[in-house]
Design a protein around this ligand. Sequence first.
Ligand code: 2U9
Length: 327
Amino acid sequence: MTERIAQIKQEAQAAIAASLPAEERAATGKAANEARKALETAIAIREEELAQGELDRRLQQDRVDVTLPADPLPQLGRLHLITKTRREIEDVFIGLGFNVAEGPEVERVYYNFDALNHAQTHPSRLMTDTFYIKPTDDIFDPQTLLLRVHTSPMQVRAMEGQPPPLYIIVPGRVYRPDSDATHTPQFHQIEGLAVDDDVTLADLKGTLLAFARAVFGEQREVRLRPHFFPFTEPSVEVDVSCFNCVDGIDKNGNRCSLCKGSTWIEILGAGMVDPNVFEYVRDRGYDPEKVQGFAFGMGIERIAMLKHGVPDLRMLYDNDVRFLEQF
Ligand code: 2U9
């Protein structure tokens, strides 16, 4: 378009010049140039005036009276009970000297099962207990990808990454094909691992007692019951003394509904790290003859439900604001 205008201008100039006698051409050209300059200057001045006028109009229109009261704040959000509980638990262990480590939710069979001393025949390897990324993959191939069933793979990665002493907790999402009042296909865990050259089961019990008292009240006691986990030996389940009753009777004189009158409530699993687990990271400084470790694992939802009397796990995931805003 601009090319076309330039062409027309050139043709017009040529036509005017051709129509003038030779002696008038210079004076006419000079006069035409001066006229053009005068027009251009007048246009520029007018443009500036219009722009200034527009600015003045906008400033006037958008004026804010800073003396007026502010609009009321919109309904503020809040942290979800699971996030709050996770942070509360993290803070307890940070206070005891643990570091927080996080890892991938999509894991390899190697980290999720093999390096955690799960036998090839362990039932949780089956498709009924684990979400595999590709259903056609070989579930016994160490490289096969899955959604982690616990946060434990990260403890193996942490040991690969740094020599002992190691004191870590690993919070995060985990996945299992379960769905009912006490199970959702995705839930949250916090696991802990302490490895040093003088770690004992007594250290584990003392650590978990400090945790139980910080979260459930300073009057709490803990007890350990024998159990089995592939990655720990010995393994234990850990109960906390009930915080809802005295001797199994609640404040209304009825049998306590929380502990079912037993005075104990199961809160987590734990144990001493099985030496077979250290074999997988022996070359990173974890000689099972020289180091010992304790480990524990808990469901964040379970801790939140116990502490706040939430009757059904699914309430944590329904996103009903009337429930969520109580916390
Ligand atoms: C390494 C070595 C040992 C982690 C542990 C548990 C016991 C446990 C469950 C509680 C309820 C998971 O949420 S839950 O289903 N966990 O009972 N977890 S010991 O032991 C480890 C982990 C990593 C390298």
